[in-house]
Design a protein around this ligand. Structure first.
Ligand code: F6P
Length: 363
């Protein structure tokens, strides 16, 4: 009779629905009562129709859909204790003491704080006569498990996050399409690619699209980058290439931390090479559309494993995030991964790029 709820939080990514489906179906399979929490933490605070029982059928025909059918939101209320108190009451009233949070490091950190605070929240609810002492004793431990849904692949501790592979497909389809028209007109295209402060998408897209130059957040170019860029593009044209592709990560900057934008790059190419240079900002197209086969499989495996991890959790167990290690789904201590991810963000902010790359490790 365990209650398990799943919610998506922060920016969406393709494959989140497949993960929701797998959590719910595995929960039902092992005899749990499964719930959706709509609109992320906001739905947990608001309760009511935002927390609904999920059935086997309610997650049919969503495995292929992008976005998240249960919605996602940033929530100010959950940052306040009063909001978390409401959220705790909404869960206790439904007998939910197992949560699968699908989001980025901020969402996972929020869930961990909630778990740590849980018994003091229940004490306060009992004191206010909002819950009974039987409820308090029955539901006195909250278990959480994290899944990382993000196109950026910026979370430490997993080789891939849910959505990255699909975003890469979107980017490559776009570059392939651009390359054919660039070829006809001997143009240079500058593609702006997402990924926040992580260069995974731009660097992999650069390698597999034969881009001529890539600007990355973690490897800022030297100050003479305009000379290097134009030399490279010129060499390629002299060797007979009819087009150039330059990829600029949205978080690209120089070694002093000044942003390098697609427009900065276009101006250099225009002024020095007189190429017909155009910019394409891929934007949220990268985060939309149906998940790839890889993301569906990844999300299914991670979602099922998340439910199993919750079922096996004991009051003393450390909360985990479900990660991909090579080809294996594994359970990794959640806060270790979050702390490393936040240390990377700090290093990037302080322009300690080499440290950031080292800290991030394999993923
Ligand atoms: O984290 C995913 C991401 O798409 C980043 O790549 C991008 O910087 C950001 O979210 C955009 O956020 P928003 O959708 O809030 O504009």
């Amino acid at each position: 009779d365990k209650g398990l709820a799943v919610f998506t939080s922060g920016g969406d990514s393709q494959g989140m629905n497949a993960a929701v489906r797998a959590c719910v179906r595995m929960a039902i399979y092992v005899g749990c009562k499964a719930y959706f929490i709509r609109e992320g933490y906001q739905g947990m605070v608001d309760g009511g129709d935002c927390i609904q029982e999920a059935t086997w059928a309610s997650v049919s025909s969503i495995i292929h859909r992008g976005g998240t059918i249960i919605g996602s939101a940033r929530c100010q209320d959950f940052r306040e204790r009063a909001g978390r108190l409401k959220a705790a009451n909404n869960l206790v009233q439904r007998g939910i003491t197992n949560l699968v949070v699908i989001g980025g490091d901020g969402s996972l950190t929020g869930a961990n704080l909630f778990r740590q605070e849980w018994s003091s929240l229940l004490d306060e609810l009992e004191k206010n006569n909002t819950i009974t002492s039987e409820q308090k004793n029955k539901y006195n431990v909250l278990h959480i498990v994290g899944l990382v849904g993000s196109i950026d692949n910026d979370f430490c501790g997993t080789d891939m996050t849910i959505g990255t592979d699909t975003a890469l497909h979107r980017i490559i389809e776009a570059i392939d399409a651009i390359a054919s028209t660039a070829y006809s007109h001997q143009r240079t295209f500058i593609m702006e690619v997402m990924g926040r402060h992580c260069g995974y998408l731009p660097v992999v897209a650069g390698v597999i699209s034969e881009a001529d130059y890539v600007f990355l957040p973690e490897y800022p170019p030297p100050q003479d980058w305009p000379d290097r860029l134009t030399l490279k593009l010129d060499q390629e044209r002299s060797a007979g290439q009819r087009l150039n592709i330059v990829i600029v990560a949205e978080g690209a900057c120089d070694r002093e931390g000044n942003p390098i934008s697609a427009e900065d790059v276009r101006k250099v190419i225009d002024a020095r090479l007189k190429h017909d240079a155009r910019i394409t900002v891929l934007g949220h197209v990268q985060r939309g559309g149906n998940p790839s086969a890889f993301d569906r499989v990844l999300a299914c495996r991670m979602g099922a494993e998340a439910t199993l991890a919750l079922m096996e959790a004991t009051p003393d167990s450390v909360p985990v995030v479900i990660s991909l290690d090579g080809n294996q789904t594994v359970r990794v201590p959640l806060m270790e991964c979050v702390e490393r991810t936040q240390a990377v963000a700090k290093a990037m902010k302080e322009h300690r790029w080499a440290d950031a790359v080292k800290l991030r490790g394999r993923s």
